[in-house]
Design a protein around this ligand. Structure first.
Ligand code: DGL
Length: 263
């Protein structure tokens, strides 16, 4: 089984991508809605939560872990890889970095994400490890996650806030923009309209699943493709969360509440 965790429902964009790129592979999802959001928390706390989320997925049969949260990928991926050396663990940051570095022609890349992700500067570091000539411009966009969760995807207020956040990146003349938060693919249309159609958007969900696909196709022994239902667990279930999940993944998705994570 492929395990995915996120701070909440944002990682469902990654789950959706797994279902589309790897149909037939079972997945188990954990959204830590009780402790959401991670984006404004300290690295120490995010690392602790990421370990507990991973433990949950592994104890429920996951054989591969996707950290479907940019903040946790930015702050906790090294810790997770050290802690579980035998488990393939994929973060959403590195695949997006590789893609952005390879497609940017003018060597000016923008990154948008939560405060936690932007303050970690992980995207800048990794892009510059690949190519020190690339200039990376970051922008934290803390208002976008709640707007997405409210389904304000095309409201004038959202368009105005997106334009404001992207203003400096636009002035810098970036030709590539990394959507460094799992919620942002839902705002692709508005983001593209505001940054300019010529700027290429990199969706970290799409890129990470491409990497996972390479692994699962070469390692039949990971027993990922067992039959059975996908499971979507959350640490706190409320009607709004269920509603968002249905909106993003379709009416048949049913979230299940689990308690005791981290206790
Ligand atoms: N899932 C988080 C991320 O991708 C956004 C929501 C949060 O702040 O926890 O960074």
């Amino acid at each position: 089984m492929i395990g995915i965790f996120d701070s909440g429902v944002g990682g469902l964009t990654v789950a959706k991508e797994v279902m589309s790129q790897l149909p037939g592979y079972r997945l188990i999802y954990f959204g830590d809605t009780a402790r959401y959001p991670y984006g404004n928390k300290s690295p120490k706390t995010v690392i602790k939560y990421a370990i507990e989320d991973t433990d949950f997925l592994l104890s429920h049969g996951a054989k591969v872990i996707i950290v479907g949260c940019n903040t946790a990928s930015a702050l906790a991926i090294d810790e997770l890889k050290n802690r579980y050396p035998g488990v393939p663990i994929f973060g959403v940051v590195t695949p997006a970095v590789k893609q952005a570095a390879s497609i940017s022609k003018n060597k000016k890349v923008g990154v948008i994400g939560t405060r936690g992700t932007v303050n970690s500067s992980i995207y800048t570091q990794l892009i510059n490890q690949l190519n020190p000539e690339i200039k990376v411009y970051q922008q934290a966009c803390p208002l976008l996650v709640p707007l997405v969760e409210e389904n304000w995807l095309k409201r004038p207020e959202t368009k105005m806030i997106v334009r404001r956040y992207l203003y400096n990146l636009k002035l810098k003349g970036i030709d590539t923009l990394i959507l460094g938060c799992t919620h942002y693919p839902l705002l692709k249309e508005v983001i593209s309209a505001k940054i300019g159609k010529r700027v290429q958007l990199v969706d970290s969900a799409v890129e990470v699943v491409k990497e996972v696909k390479k692994l699962v196709k070469t390692k039949a022994d990971l027993s990922l493709g067992q039959s059975g239902a996908n499971h979507f667990y959350v640490s706190d279930l409320n009607p709004q969360t269920q509603e968002i999940a249905k909106r993003w993944l379709g009416n048949e998705i049913k979230l299940e509440e689990v308690s005791g994570i981290g206790e």
